[in-house]
Design a protein around this ligand. Structure first.
Ligand code: SF4
Ligand code: SF4
Length: 380
């Protein structure tokens, strides 16, 4: 383990830029901490944190100048690998035929700075979906190939986080090039650095660093222990697949359907959800056509439209489909749960529906006191 001083963090940007990387990292935008292209370490949300609970997200000032002292925001890394909208091809009429030109496959050199363990697991899940099955998504493959990951060990889990229950955090264990643990004491602001690949070792060589002392390593361990304890929620994954398969007609599905707006927010913020649709658009002359792939959601009624009707035409059916896929049939399809415990679907659900709470109720526990903007008495 090594030490990188806070003052030297900016050098990471110089090193990555020199090698042609576009750097994506956390920054403030529209009253949230989001991942976006950032030009320097000065764009990090130093001194900011967030407060999260079901249906609520608020930015708050911190007492210190931590650069990574907050939990996951509304944007996940899937936005940069599995693009929200992508032109697959365009075509022009040539006599009776259409001459088709495929959309360009982009192969950007992306450096992701500030990736948390839960999100690293989510990237691993999407890798499985898009790259390791029977069919490979060549667009995802091109964007994923050159990605460099500078991970951050999470010291500030949010009120809706439950990665510990899913064993997906808070410490990163694999899939990174460099990992940082941010440490601030009375006089010293620094990062404990670990390398996770030969590429990461090269980056570190180009940065001013020194060996970490035992006391500094202990401080890093202590922060991880604290983060485990501060987890906002717990989630019992025992026999989850059997539980959901055996409870397709549980009365809780009707109850949640009374509150769910079928707005699709939960699927759009989820770092593993991968549904998309394909749309053809022509110009007014009918001479030119484009085919686009766009993110879609199993909460949209049209998503299950097949040959004259929707397969899931009720909110109950759609909520049940989403949760059962995420936590049960995903295991049959891809060998793991589709949830990494990031808590985004709870925070960004406008009515504060909480996946951990829904599972508890299906297990037979009484519902907990509700939090968020729509408490029980306001339920419609
Ligand atoms: S289901 Fe919710 S908690 Fe699980 S990965 Fe998706 S957004 Fe995160
Ligand atoms: S669970 Fe919440 S976020 Fe998801 S569709 Fe229903 S209302 Fe929207």
């Amino acid at each position: 383990m090594y030490i990188l001083e806070r003052d030297a963090l900016g050098r990471l940007w110089d090193v990555l830029k020199r090698q042609g990387f576009t750097i994506i990292g956390p920054t403030l935008d529209q009253q949230a901490i989001v991942y976006s292209e950032i030009d320097s370490a000065d764009d990090l949300p130093a001194g900011w944190t967030d407060e999260q609970k079901a249906g609520t997200y608020r930015l708050k000032r911190r007492q210190d100048q931590a650069c990574f002292g907050y939990a996951s925001g509304p944007v996940s890394w899937k936005k940069f690998l599995f693009l929200p909208s992508l032109k697959l091809w365009h075509g022009r009429r040539k006599g009776k035929d259409i001459q088709i030109e495929k959309g360009k496959k982009e192969k950007p050199k992306l450096a992701f700075v500030g990736v948390r363990s839960c999100d690293l697991h989510a990237i691993g899940i999407q890798d499985k979906v898009f790259l390791k099955g029977q069919f490979v998504d060549s667009h995802y493959q091109c964007r994923r190939e050159d990605v460099v990951v500078v991970a951050v060990n999470c010291t500030e889990p949010g009120g809706t986080c439950f990665c510990v229950s899913l064993q997906t955090g808070p410490k990163v264990t694999a899939g990174f090039d460099l990992s940082l643990t941010e440490i601030i004491d009375k006089k010293h602001h620094y990062f404990l650095v670990e390398t996770g690949s030969p590429k990461g070792e090269k980056f570190l060589e180009a940065l001013p660093h020194r060996e970490a002392q035992e006391t500094e390593k202990d401080e890093g361990k202590k922060l991880m222990e604290d983060a485990r304890r501060k987890m906002g929620r717990t989630f019992d994954m025992a026999n989850i697949k059997e539980l959901l398969y055996q409870n397709a007609e549980h009365p809780r599905w009707d109850e949640v359907a009374q509150r769910c707006l079928s707005c699709a927010n939960c699927t759009l913020v989820c770092p593993t959800c991968f549904c998309s649709n394909v749309e053809d658009v022509t110009d007014l002359t009918g001479e030119y056509v484009e085919r686009w792939r766009r993110w879609d959601s199993c909460f949209n009624p049209e998503f299950s439209y097949i040959h004259g009707g929707q397969v899931r035409h009720t909110t109950k059916g759609r909520y049940r489909q989403w949760m059962t896929h995420k936590l049960a049939s995903w295991i049959d399809q891809f060998g793991s749960s589709g949830c990494v415990g990031c808590g985004r679907c709870i925070t960004w659900c406008p009515v504060g529906i909480d996946i951990t709470e829904e599972v508890k109720c299906i297990r037979g526990s009484p519902p907990a006191a509700e939090e968020g903007p729509f408490k029980k008495e306001n339920d419609r």
